[in-house]
Write a protein of this length. Structure first.
Lengths: 332, 437
């Protein structure tokens, strides 16, 4: 049945090899044919995403692509015009609100309220008893090194500290599903790392995490699978590794150590699609090739000198993002 | 439901703990008490002074007519030239000098008071009343009428106004009391709607500009947040209202006791004055009775019940509108175009209340007390005059119905508005929001 619905979804460039993870993992969130129109434009056009449990799923797309609208649908802030969302196989309903933790991109706190009081209030809104909320909050406050700020007013805090509090209040009810929209913005590298570790730990403990970000480096570091949305349409979907392989340009980097670099440059001229350049080290030369099977080249190089490294260079998510979005924008 | 409770609790506690709430709570009754206290304080101060007045009466009509009291002494200075008496005022021998110029044939009708400082109102009134009385008496005597007869003839007419209903029940009404009561009640409703409606608007706008809104509505429905805020603020309003009444009573009682202890002679002189009035007033018993009748004539049960109903429903209606407006606020300047349509009916209602109070049963008055946007104020003006029960019922039903309708509309606007940033909004655009799923 899932395969059937999947077949209805159109993706310009790619079909997911979903069978691979369907065997091992249940689908936590299933978004089927979700469409949302506003007065003058279509925010989401037949979006289909299956998010397996216990994974970090990246939701990517340029500004205004429809990511926030999709996230708001998951949070039941708005409802789709057509299509449906299922969580654990059940149609999205009021009770699911308690099992989602959402950190919006545009986030704030009540400035005049005390930090602790506010954190407890937000936790209570998620359905946690006051005493339990206080207990859990204390643990997280200590972990994020803001324990001393409990009785301070929010307006006295730096932006980074406010971000920490917002993160804590998002996860305090230990939800099965976490949605982070640009969680790293406003964090210094040390705290960003702390946050990253916390996110990975939450995943390992069983949470399913939807991560929306423009930070492609963190996508590569954290995400298992992604969906790329542009102009309300899903244009790319799959596991990060698979997508990279798909977009492989067969770029290979070879570094050789030779006594005399001249023969290597001469060799470069005999091949098409090859770039030879000196490196920082005087007796090493770097060759960049786009050949699918550079065996002949390799054997010749090995005769001239010593092979230092041979590396397959997959495109970065950043490159793929730009390439996919631009090609779709040109097409439309 | 539990979540609404949490929201109400937060809205209530954060507002009640604010310094501005405390200030308002104490300032309100103090201002009210000041209206009562300040005239008494002034009276106390004035009575401590003793004013000496030199009288130079060249007409010789009034020489012995002024009686000395604790407040002022009149000293006759016959034959003294007024200029030398004026000098004595300057040097402080007298506080002021009364000069009546000489008359030949005609009756004196003007006099001058010379004083370094402002002449107290009561002195002025006393002098002119004595002179008037004397001239009147003289004129009557000239006509051959005994002034004693005149004063014996004087009567007060007690005009009773009776209102009848269809069943023939009669009830005495007191227009002045109803007038004051109607305007006061209308003002109270108006002030509370403007003030606490404004608080709802600010609260919504604060959540929006703070960007906490999206965090909250991922846990609760926008409607719950909106209603929680409206109800929370309404409880703050009621708390303030009750505190005002309590504090006013405490201040009133406290101050009365304070006067009683510190100034017993003042109190006793008051009693003496009251006795004098009673002695002079033949119809004293009737006036005591009429006060009782006034109190009895006011149907406190009806007034309090209708006040609470119209106050609460009126507040709720406007609070939902204010919440919707608050959700549209991006920066304060462009919220103006949306607040105006909401404030206009309130202002119309409060201005027209001065017309209604004079014509409580006219077609326009009935109409204004039926239209839901003006009825909370207009009906309160009419209530003390007595309103047919069917009119009250229809008005309440219309108000409640409009409240439900407006809540539905406001919730739709609110839901979209709170997440809308940096977009110029038109009424056309907002109208589209009503159709969103």
């Amino acid at each position: 049945m899932l395969n059937e619905s999947k077949a209805q979804c159109r993706f310009a460039s790619f079909r997911i090899p979903h069978s691979a993870f369907l065997i091992t993992k249940m689908t936590k969130i299933s978004i089927q044919q979700v469409t949302k129109r506003y007065a003058d434009h279509t925010a989401l056009d037949r979006i289909c995403i299956d998010i397996p449990e216990r994974c970090i799923y990246g939701l990517l797309g340029p500004n205004g692509a429809g990511k926030t609208t999709l996230i708001r649908i998951l949070n039941q802030i708005t409802a789709p015009d057509s299509g449906e969302v299922r969580i654990n196989g059940e149609k999205l309903c009021q009770k699911h609100i308690a099992c989602i933790g959402y950190l919006p991109e545009e986030r704030g706190l009540y400035k005049k309220m005390k930090v602790g009081e506010q954190a407890v209030y937000l936790a209570e809104l998620k359905g946690i008893k006051k005493a339990e909320a206080q207990k859990r909050l204390k643990v997280w406050f200590d972990r994020f090194d803001i324990g001393g700020w409990w009785d301070k007013k929010v307006e006295e805090l730096s932006k980074g500290m406010q971000q920490k509090i917002q993160f804590i209040t998002t996860i305090i009810h230990e939800p099965e599903i976490l949605i982070f929209d640009e969680p790293f913005s406003g964090f210094d590298p040390i705290n960003a790392n702390l946050l990253k570790e916390s996110i990975l730990e939450l995943r390992d403990k069983g949470a399913t995490i939807l991560l929306s970000t423009h930070n492609m480096a963190s996508v590569e570091e954290l995400c298992d699978s992604i969906t790329l949305i542009n102009q309300g349409k899903g244009i790319l979907q799959g596991k990060v590794g698979d997508i990279k392989r798909q977009h492989d340009t067969h770029k290979r980097e070879i570094i050789v150590r030779v006594d005399d670099i001249q023969p290597v440059f001469a060799l470069g001229d005999t091949y098409n699609n090859i770039k030879v350049e000196p490196t920082d080290i005087h007796d090493e030369v770097k060759l960049t090739t786009y050949s699918e099977s550079p065996r002949a080249l390799l054997s010749q190089l090995m005769q001239i000198g010593e092979l230092v490294s041979y590396k397959e260079v997959l495109p970065s998510m950043n490159d793929i993002f730009i390439q996919e979005v631009q090609s779709q924008n040109q097409a439309s | 439901m539990n979540k609404i409770g949490l929201i109400i609790k937060r809205e209530y506690l954060t507002r009640v703990r604010k310094r501005s709430f405390l200030i308002m709570t104490f300032l309100g009754p103090i201002l009210m008490a000041a209206i009562y206290i300040i005239p008494i304080m002034l009276a106390l101060n004035a009575s401590n002074e003793h004013i000496r007045i030199a009288v130079v009466d060249e007409s010789h009509w009034f020489e012995d007519r002024f009686t000395n009291t604790e407040e002022h002494t009149f000293v006759n200075m016959p034959g003294q030239p007024i200029d030398s008496v004026k000098e004595m005022v300057k040097t402080g021998v007298f506080d002021m000098a009364l000069y009546v110029p000489p008359t030949q044939l005609n009756i004196p009708s003007n006099a001058v008071v010379y004083s370094i400082r402002q002449v107290p109102m009561e002195v002025e009134t006393y002098i002119s009343s004595v002179m008037q009385k004397e001239i009147e008496d003289q004129k009557l005597m000239a006509q051959g009428v005994d002034p004693e007869i005149v004063s014996a003839v004087k009567t007060d007419v007690n005009l009773q106004v009776m209102r009848m209903d269809e069943k023939g029940n009669e009830k005495e009404t007191f227009t002045k009391v109803q007038f004051t009561l109607g305007i006061t009640l209308a003002m109270l409703v108006y002030m509370f709607i403007i003030f606490f409606g404004g608080q709802v608007m600010q609260g919504v706008a604060e959540e929006k500009t703070n960007r906490i809104i999206e965090v909250i509505i991922s846990s609760v429905k926008p409607f719950q947040l909106m209603m929680g805020k409206i109800i929370g603020v309404s409880l703050v309003a009621l708390t303030q209202f009750v505190l005002w009444i309590l504090l006013t009573v405490v201040l009133y009682v406290g101050f009365s006791a304070f006067i009683g202890i510190s100034n017993p002679e003042m109190l006793s002189s008051g009693t003496v004055m009251a006795q004098e009035i009673t002695a002079n007033d033949i119809t004293s018993n009737e006036s005591v009775q009429s006060i009782l009748q006034i109190v009895h004539s006011i149907d406190f049960g009806t007034i309090i019940t209708t006040f609470l109903i119209f106050f609460v429903l009126g507040y709720l209606l406007y609070a939902t509108l204010y919440a919707a407006i608050g959700s549209l606020v991006d920066n304060n300047t462009d919220s103006q175009q949306f607040t105006l349509p909401v404030t206009v009916p309130l202002i119309v209602a409060i201005i027209s209340s001065f017309y209604i109070v004079n014509n409580p049963d006219s077609g326009l008055s009935v109409c204004l007390s039926m239209i839901p946007f003006t009825s909370p104020i207009s009906m309160m003006v009419r209530i003390p005059f007595g309103v047919p029960i069917w009119q009250v019922v229809v008005s309440v039903a219309l108000l409640a119905g409009t409240f439900v309708l407006m809540t539905w509309i406001a919730a739709k606007i609110y839901r979209t508005g709170i997440l809308m940033y940096g977009k110029k909004l038109s009424y056309k655009e907002i109208f589209k929001w009503l159709k969103y799923k």
